[in-house]
Every structure is written in C-alpha cells, then in structure tokens.
Design a binder for this molecule. Structure first.
Ligand SMILES: [Zn+2]
Length: 393
C-alpha cells in the first residue's frame, strides 16, 4: 500500500544542497521534490545507541533537515563495538551530544536538536508532537510500549526496530493506516523471559542491518515513495542470511487502537506494566536479599557460602566474583541443576543486576532451599562497591 508523503516540500534547495544531494536528485522517484521533503522533515531518534547510531548517520547524510536525539545515557567503552556514531574520545560524554557532533561533521546543513534527558511519560507527548516521524531504537519494553502509546495517541507514524544476537525485526507502526505495536505484541513478555542485549549480547553489525532498514522506511514515508512496512513485520536472521516479511493485521481487540480501547491515555507506570520481576520472584526476595558488601563480609568471616552465578557462560568469561560457581538460570528453572545445590551450606545467587537471580531464587526456594538469598544489584553492584578493578560490561 503506497501512502502519500508525510512531509510537505521545502520551498527550495540551495546550490550547496543541490551539489551535496546530487545522487539523490538524479533518482527519478526521489528527485528535487523528494529532497525538498527530506529538507523539511523533522525526525526524532529515540536513543543514540545500537540502532540510533547508524540511523542518525544515514538520516543526516540523506539530508533530513531537522534531527532530534533523545538519550540520557553516556558513552561507555562497551558501546563502541556497535554504536558507530561515537568514538574513543567520546567515552564518558552524553550520547546525545556525541551523536550531534558526528552529525554536524557529516552534514552541517542538518539542524540538530539535543534532548539530553530520559524519555518519560511527562515529556513524551510534548516531544513527539514537535516531530513528523519517530525512529524508535529503544532496547527495553517499558519505553517501547510508551513510544507506541504516545505515537498512537498523537496519530504519528514511527519506525520500530529491535535487535538481539543475530536476529532483528523492523516495522512501521501508523495507527491511521495499519496496526500498532500492541496489535502485534498485546502484552510484554514475562519479566526475565527475554534477555536484554546487555545480558544476551548483540552482533555489532546487526545494528547497521536493522538501522538502515529503519532509515530506508523513514525516507519512504517522508517522500511518499515505495511501499512502507506498514502492516508488515520484517524479520531478519543474520546467520541464515534470510529476510522474511510477515503480515501484521490491525487487532480489532487492541487495547489501544482497537474498536473498544481500554488504554486512552499514557499509562501511569510503564516499568510497572512490564514488571521488573515476576510476582513469585518479588515474594522470594523478601527477607532474602543481601548487598554485595554483605556477601563480601560473609566470605571474609569464613561463612560457608555456596555462591552461584546464574548468568550465561559468555558473561562469566568477562568477569566473576571470586568463589562463585556458574549455573545458568535456565538450568535452575528447568530443575536440571538442582542436584548440584548443597543442603548444608548458605546458598547465595547472583546475576548481572539482580533480576535473573531473583527469578532463580524463586525456583530454588520452591525446591526446598528456604534459606537461600540473592545479591541485590548483582555483579554490577559488586564491581561498584567491592572490587572496581573487575571489568564491567
Ligand atoms: Zn493496536
């Protein structure tokens, strides 16, 4: 389904612009008209991370006139493997500012607007209303649902992408012409079921594959050319090198864009909607949570601690707490590893940040290890409070 252009053309292109964009101008479908529409377009990138990095670089190079960047995070060394808009000298700087500098270097004709803040329910509607199109590169479900809800409430299209290890997905959600994200995924996955990229990893170049699809779709929407990915989900498998397109229909029962919507304004709390940990895990951690410092004190005092790292082997290769044994969460939840747990020692579980260990703790307690505890904040907290010399990730 072809759609009309999202943006009106700018009055004219300058001589500099005509020179710079000549390879666009000679494509009949883009031409002067399309380039003027790009010039007039205002696009907001949510996140200057894995997807936002390549997306912003190409949106800038393509001549999108106004580019907004919202990101509250700072550049970390572990970002550089995929977030190619940032460089070594940017480590420690706000991502939004670092990205803006790279954009200015690529194309000084772009008006860059920096939003060095977290996207939240108090600013999302006001912010989105200043732009024609949103490019969503968020990596967590709470923000993803909030982006979707805000876009639908404002009647704005947005280009969505997600990445994990070797798998990527992309689509265009535009309530007026097709389904929304909630039509595709009515409910967030149970907490702990879907690991984040920080937990599960992501092949750096996958960001470019999916980010470039997002830019491709953004350009099509702005200029009104081709068939946008509205109502279709692009699924990419980098290992098989396979792209599949799946039809996604508008769900008449969608809580947001369906016939009888129950969500008519932004939710009070998206974190809550997506749930940090499951109810079972929440209950299991009551009076069964220690700090990294307390764990260290237990170890130093000679307490007989059976310390279990429930992360994945690849994470274990990066860093580990002395004295720990590796038993990934999956082996605990399946029951497979339960025989390895001693009855007569103090069981302490930890993961990266405390979410997976809480889930594992619920399973361990259910298996009869009533005194087991987990470490709040996981190995991240251990690095921060006990041993800063350990590498972090
Ligand atoms: Zn919907």
């Amino acid at each position: 389904m072809a759609l009309p252009p999202l943006v009106e053309p700018a009055a004219e292109l300058t001589i500099d612009e005509i020179r710079r964009y000549s390879r666009h101008l000679i494509i009949p479908d883009v031409g002067m008209d399309g380039q003027k529409r790009l010039k007039n377009a205002k696009v907001l990138a949510v996140g200057a991370g894995g997807l936002g990095s390549p997306a912003l670089l190409y949106l800038a190079a393509a001549g999108v006139g106004t580019l907004g960047i919202i990101d509250f995070d700072t550049v970390d060394e572990s970002n550089l493997q995929r977030q190619v808009i940032h460089g070594v000298s940017d480590v420690g700087r706000p991502k939004a500012e670092s990205a803006a500098d790279s954009i200015r270097e690529i194309n000084p004709l772009v008006n860059v607007i920096i939003h060095n803040t977290a996207l939240d329910r108090d600013n999302v509607l006001e912010l989105f209303s200043q732009y024609d199109l949103i490019v969503d590169g968020t990596d967590n479900f709470a923000t993803r649902y909030m982006v979707n809800d805000a876009a639908v409430l404002l009647g704005k299209p947005y280009v969505w992408g997600s990445i994990y290890r070797f798998d990527g997905q992309a689509s265009v959600f535009w309530e007026e012409h097709g389904p929304c994200y909630r039509c595709l995924y009515p409910e967030p996955p149970p907490p702990g079921m879907v690991p984040s990229c920080a937990e599960g990893g992501v092949l750096g170049v996958l960001c470019a594959s999916i980010g470039s699809i997002q830019v491709n779709e953004a350009i099509k929407l702005i200029t009104g050319i081709g068939e946008p990915l509205v109502g279709r989900l692009m699924v990419y498998d980098a290992l098989e090198m396979e792209y599949r397109k799946i039809k996604v229909r508008k769900d008449p029962n969608c809580a947001l864009c369906g016939e009888n919507p129950t969500v008519t304004e932004l939710l009070e709390d998206y974190e809550d909607f997506c749930g940090a940990v499951s109810a079972e895990a929440e209950e299991a951690t009551q009076n069964a949570t220690i700090t990294a410092r307390e764990l260290k004190d237990w170890q130093d005092s000679g307490k007989d601690v059976f310390l279990v790292d429930v992360r994945e082997p690849a994470e274990w290769e990066i860093n580990r707490i002395p004295g720990a044994v590796l038993i990934p969460k999956g082996e605990i939840l399946s029951g497979e590893a339960l025989s390895r747990f001693p009855q007569d020692r103090q069981i302490v579980l930890h993961c990266k940040s405390g979410v997976r260990s809480a889930e594992a703790l619920a399973a361990i307690k259910a298996a009869g290890f009533k005194d087991a505890v987990h470490v709040q904040g996981g190995i991240v907290s251990w690095v921060n409070t006990v041993d800063p010399s350990l590498p972090s990730y």
